[in-house]
Design a protein around this ligand. Sequence first.
Ligand code: UDX
Length: 461
Amino acid sequence: MRISILGCGYVGLVTGACLAEIGHQVVCTDNDESKIKTLNQGALPIYEPNLDEIVARNRKAERLTFTADLGDAVRFGDAIFICVGTPPLQDGDADLSSIDSSARLIAAEARSSKLVIEKSTVPMQTGQKLKRALEIYARNSGISFSVASNPEFLREGTAVLDFLHPDRIVIGVGDERTEAQLREVYRPLVEQNIACPIHNGNCPPKVAPRLLVTSINSAELIKHACNSFLAVKISYANLIADICENMGADVDEVVEAMGLDARIGPQFLRPGLGFGGFCLPKDVQAFIRLGEKAGVDVALLKDAERINKKRIDSFLAKARHALWILKDKRIGILGLAFKPETDDIRFAPAIELIRRLLQEQAQIQVYDPQAMEKTKALYPSIRYCTDPHEVADSAEALMIVTEWEVFKTLDWQRIERAMLRPLILDGRNLLRGKELAALGFEYQGIGKPIDESLAHIPVSG
Ligand code: UDX
């Protein structure tokens, strides 16, 4: 099929590249011309594992092209995926102005009927509004538009695998013709008759995903309901972690046992510094607003959000407990991205943590395998280390903020020697506390009984 993608962010790029990979002809556009220029030079504006290979292969095969000509892109596709940003407004509502501009653009530039698919995360009933907008903007043109919702469930860091091996594909449609068109788009994935392009051994076994056909409203709600549920699950794990810390239990043992209950499942039960990124926090916020507008009691979601916001407070309290005064203390931070395998720092716990540490005038030195450039733009004056071991130089504490695999295998003896005080505050329970203690470290994880011997001031004082 001929497919157009509006918006070359994470969602648009992965969707466009993967749709080309499964055999469609895809043209991607973005109103940020510099992004298109970068893409046409063979580079990617984001870091996402496996995406570079897929983009390069499909550009070479001429199934995937990038153009700054928005009109050309609109006219190219029979189906147009809207993948533009829907960032949160001050009041927590999603900003839908880019969806509206996309509708204007499509209505103005289309010369034939189009299927317009919302892929961006949008509040419920946006599909209806989009359809109405297209009709109004294309009034008198004689061109008809059908609208569908096809929410994405792509996790940054594994987005390509998530696209090519989905758990399920949800298509929200209003008529059979639209359903047939979208079934055609996803047929290669449903039949799993594609050669998996991932060559690093991480390719999951071929399992045909279920394709669920729903109403447009339900499809929009499914996306919100999933992300908010994941947020609630993480906050629940963090609540358990706090109880463990105060009552002398070990959260890793508790959540492992919980996860073995098939009704609960092991995923998204990892306690730590909370959920960040551009999806979960903003989706929960938007869902709260939506529920409130619908007159529904959304206290559960508000509590999940509140628990999440307090993760940094309790981590800093732990730092103060061990370090007493933070002013002028040298602190090493490992990890800036909101999670591993991405360079994305939007709503990353590390960003808020650094802000608060700077407020208390701590001296900060950081390392992240991918996210340093983006962080430099926010905090130009902290020290950026070229090697993860360097963050230990004369530090009085080392904080693990993102659970990159490489941090597990650092030369911990070298780090212990380099630190002024070999204290590790592990915000992701990434490391083995006992092994580090044997090397001479003081170690405090999340949801572990608080080690009072770490306290700078005796608890009784
Ligand atoms: C999320 C959804 O998972 C995906 O389906 C959706 O389409 C986009 O939003 P993403 O934002 O890439 O994906 O990240 P995700 O893997 O969901 O993690 C979100 C945050 O939760 C991260 O900050 C991560 O560190 C945190 N997290 C995740 C935990 O703190 N504990 C966990 O157990 C899992």
